[in-house]
Design a protein around this ligand. Sequence first.
Ligand SMILES: [Fe+2]
Length: 195
Amino acid sequence: MHRLMRVLAATDPALAEHGNRTAHLATEVAVRMGMARDYVERIGAAGRYHDIGKLFISREILDKPGPPTKREWVELRRHPRIGFELIRKRVPAPIAKIVLTHHERVDGQGYPGGISGREIPIEARVLQVADAFDAITSQRPYQPALPVAYAVDELKKYAGTQFDPDAVNGILELVEDPRWADAGSGSRLRDGIAV
Ligand SMILES: [Fe+2]
């Protein structure tokens, strides 16, 4: 698996960094939620390469400013399954399944399977909130980094539809804890983003 990670880091460093930050944050949330160690470890492993399937999506679509067209959206939505196919022979099955399900939604409106609620592995439900939080609070090609307070509002807004409410509570407890802002979120503080 390390070879794939090296390929990811060399091909798309920003994507690899997003994976590393998401993995780190998601494991912190899982620990905070009192999850058992094997769950936490699976979340960390899956978090690092959850978007690896994007290596096979065209750069043009990934970096496009503004919303994707319908055709581009169909293309983008392929990345969880591509990632799953890429890693399934190389990692334990539960980890591959987290990669496959990281864009499912608890209300069943996600992809690729349209599964809902507890059909989505709890590890994926925890990873999703960390993924969204990092995507919002990090700079992207088409958008500057947004404040933590904005990410908090988005997570609250979609708790129970897109996101698992318990996972939302878990991440909010973490990021709203002043000790986390002081110690854990060093990179965000260095970026000068206020909580
Ligand atoms: Fe993704």
